[in-house]
Design a protein around this ligand. Structure first.
Ligand SMILES: C[S@@+](CC[C@H](N)C(=O)[O-])C[C@H]1O[C@@H](n2cnc3c(N)ncnc32)[C@H](O)[C@@H]1O
Length: 279
């Protein structure tokens, strides 16, 4: 069964059932503007997951992380070349830092994809974090024999990614042309729960308070046009306030990204839908 090819902060694997249960069975366009690991898309587009399968005419995935977008496009178009390139990597600290130091813009799409997958599988905590210049800066991770090339996952995801249009754009631009019958799932970087739990460094632009307000504004405008909008985020006063006009439900999720391991564990996550009645 298809599942994410990268480990991503805020990955939605544990919330999948809750999200799918709320989705319409059919839609015109399926749009995921904060794709990250694209866990929801890979579940609902997979013909082998009968219970989660949803029908759509077109799919659109996008994210502000350019390396991720290049990787999705390249896996979609040339998964065997990516697998072959990954075969040249080994789990070694020296190779890790040498690979990390390479400027991805100087690489071919296949090399750039293999670099992202290798770093993602071998870095500390398996997360993608960039500094203010947009350079990946996570240290080497300690694992016992990590899987660098998960060829099964890559081959399963490839045809599903090939069915989607994949774009490197801000969320707002990606949804501008949507209308009634289209469905959008927004999974933005978390609104801060606390200073230590804040993790928004997926892309060099970050995602601040103003972006959360901009997103709520976009959500409302789309809902008014009849677009079916679903959003998940941390259960914080900010999220509750921004979406107070819509149906909000609280569900339990496990959080894996936190610098303090004591702060990991179960947290409440909110799911907002634009079509359900407010309860
Ligand atoms: C919480 S993650 C999505 C997790 C995803 N649902 C999953 O299953 O892995 C948020 C994503 O939003 C992206 N992002 C940050 N700012 C953005 C923006 N302005 N527009 C679009 N994507 C953005 C980040 O690069 C990150 O991949």
């Amino acid at each position: 069964m298809a599942s994410p090819i990268v480990k991503w902060a805020g990955g939605k694997r544990q919330l999948l059932e809750e999200l799918v249960a709320r989705m319409p069975l059919e839609m015109n366009r399926y749009v995921e503007p904060f794709a990250g690991g694209a866990a929801l898309y890979l579940a609902i587009a997979d013909e082998n997951r009968a219970a989660m399968r949803r029908r759509f005419n077109e799919a659109r995935l996008s994210d502000m992380n350019e390396d991720l977008i290049v990787a999705y496009r390249t896996v979609a178009s040339d998964v065997e070349a990516v697998i072959a390139e990954l075969g040249g990597y080994r789990y070694e600290e020296e190779l890790y830092y040498a690979t990390r130091a390479v400027d991805p813009a100087t690489l071919s799409p296949v090399q750039r994809t293999a670099r992202l997958l290798f770093l993602n599988k071998t870095c500390f905590n398996g997360l993608w974090r960039v500094n203010a210049k947009g350079h990946f800066n996570v240290p080497f991770g300690r694992y016992t024999n990590p899987t660098i090339c998960d060829d099964k996952a890559l081959r399963e995801a490839a045809p599903l990614l090939a069915r989607a249009s994949i774009e490197h754009r801000d969320f707002h631009e990606v949804v501008a042309d949507l209308g009634a019958g289209d469905f959008v799932y927004f999974d933005p970087p978390y609104a801060p729960v606390s200073e230590t739990a804040d993790f928004t460094a997926y892309a060099k632009e970050g995602f601040g308070h103003g972006d959360h307000e901009r997103l709520a504004h976009t959500f409302r405008a789309l809902a008014e046009r009849g677009v079916l909008c679903m959003l998940s985020n941390a259960d914080t006063p900010l999220t509750r306030a921004l979406y107070s006009d819509f149906a909000i439900e609280s569900v339990e999720a496990r959080r894996s990204v936190n610098s303090k391991s004591s702060a990991r564990g179960k947290v409440s996550e909110l799911i907002v839908t634009s079509w359900a009645p407010r309860s």
